[in-house]
Write a protein that binds this ligand. Structure first.
Ligand SMILES: Nc1ncnc2c1ncn2[C@@H]1O[C@H](COP(=O)(O)OP(=O)(O)OP(=O)(O)O)[C@@H](O)[C@H]1O
Ligand SMILES: [Mg+2]
Length: 409
């Protein structure tokens, strides 16, 4: 057996038994963490992981997780199995599913995916949360900034803030349409609160208002323009949002932000169960400045809210496509990656070594290992601990992890 053999395949376990000797910096921490069984460590024992347990044990200072790897290496399969196992352990999960591939998972868990499509049957109110929740302001700002593809001016941000406040002051549930009305025709009280006249405030908020109007009447029509549809349970233990039908709208980042915010807003306090929020194909979210900012604030509040974000990406260099070099979104994306203390790295081509080293601080040895992993095997970095783990899919789980049917058909 040579060092060049694929790592992680069952028949290759002996190769990594001596990992510290042949690959300095790698060791096995499989027994150190409580949580769900993920699979088999390179040393042969079971590997456990749970983002909240890893935090409680002091291995990491935040519960957020990055899952990255080449196409078809088993990222989504791992996430689905981890969620199924976490649910059995009393966790809650929310999935934003841009490919529409979590339906078998949702059904196996006894849930029905919420299909978000313009003019569809499911409507969510992203502003339905508690009025003390400052995140609604962030969401609103992110939504408008995403549509405009630029940062908001301080005057636009203030106009949005006072419009939200005024809409909250009206009877009934606050919706995006009410905020839009308040932006277009601000009251004297709103104007006074920022030391100006209603005319001047309307002028300052007009570009933002027109953008919000375009989204609400256009790309987001029927999805986010009113109260949440009757019968939609966003407080259940399993919430899967199928946004595949909204991919075509060009407003995907806005859709993802709204959807995740709606779910977050719906959480009743106090809510004992901790939530794993999966953002599969997360590059599409990070590509947009407003959406990236929204995610940035979610990351910061992760501990306070008991939410572990799981970002699923292909190549880290995709994030360069998040915007021109040096753009705000690529620096936010880089900052998020730097904050992530748990990364699960499936196989990556050698061309990614630079990005892995730069963005995640991988050593040359770790980059080499990541270049040679087989399907289903990943390098787990949980705080300072490093393990190579082959994800084990149980017989009952096979049915909901399989994304290869079309290839066999
Ligand atoms: N550990 C595993 N054991 C057995 N089969 C697996 C394992 N991991 C993944 N597979 C199979 O490999 C296929 C691809 O997996 P998956 O859809 O998770 O890849 P992915 O990395 O998410 O791909 P993409 O980048 O296209 O989203 C699936 O059919 C899945 O059943
Ligand atoms: Mg996938």
């Amino acid at each position: 057996m040579t060092r060049r053999a694929p790592i992680g395949a069952t028949t290759q376990l002996l190769t990594t038994r001596h990992a510290p000797a042949v690959a300095a910096g790698l060791h096995d921490a499989g027994g150190a963490v409580q949580g769900m069984v993920v699979g088999t460590c390179s040393l042969g024992g079971p590997y456990h992981f749970d983002p909240f347990d890893a935090y409680a044990e002091g291995l990491v200072t935040n519960p957020n997780v990055l899952v990255a790897g080449q196409v078809g290496r088993g990222k989504s399969a791992l996430v689905k199995c981890l969620l199924a196992r976490a649910l059995a352990a009393g966790r809650r999960c929310v999935v934003v599913d841009p490919k529409g591939e979590y339906t078998p998972f949702a059904e196996a868990m006894g849930a029905t995916p919420l299909v978000l499509v313009p003019g569809g049957k499911v409507r969510l109110n992203p502003l339905a949360g508690s009025r003390e929740d400052t995140d609604r302001e962030a969401l609103l700002g992110a939504l408008v900034a995403a549509g405009m593809e630029r940062r908001l001016e301080p005057s636009e941000r203030a106009a949005l803030e006072v419009a939200l406040l005024a809409a909250d002051g009206l009877a009934g549930e606050t919706t995006l349409c009410e905020v839009l009305d308040q932006l277009l025709s601000p009251s004297i009280a709103s104007a006074r609160s920022v030391g100006t006249t209603p005319e001047a405030l309307a002028a300052e908020g007009r570009t933002a208002a027109l953008e919000l109007r375009r989204l609400v009447l256009g790309e987001l029509r029927g999805m986010f323009d009113g109260p949440t549809s009757a019968g939609v349970d966003l407080d259940g233990d399993v919430v899967v949002l199928d946004v595949s039908g909204a991919m075509r709208t060009g407003a995907l980042p806005a859709v993802l932000s709204c959807a995740a915010a709606a779910i977050d807003a719906s959480r009743r306090q106090p809510r004992a169960a901790r939530t794993i929020l999966v953002l599969d194909e997360a590059w599409s979210l990070l590509a947009n400045e407003g959406a990236a900012r929204w995610l940035q604030s979610g990351f910061k509040l992760a501990r306070a809210r008991g939410v572990a974000h799981v970002l699923v990406l292909h190549r880290l260099s995709d994030l360069a496509a998040a915007g021109p070099d040096g753009s705000v979104q690529s620096s936010i994306a880089a900052g998020l990656l730097r904050d992530v203390e748990t990364s699960v790295l499936f196989a990556q081509p050698p061309s990614e070594a630079g990005a892995l080293a730069e963005l995640l601080g991988l050593t040359a040895t770790e980059c080499d290992v990541v270049g040679r992993l087989g399907r289903g095997a990943a390098l787990w970095r949980v705080g300072a601990a490093r393990s190579i783990v082959r994800h084990a899919v149980g017989p009952a789980e096979l049915a909901f992890v399989d994304t290869d049917q079309a290839m066999r058909g």
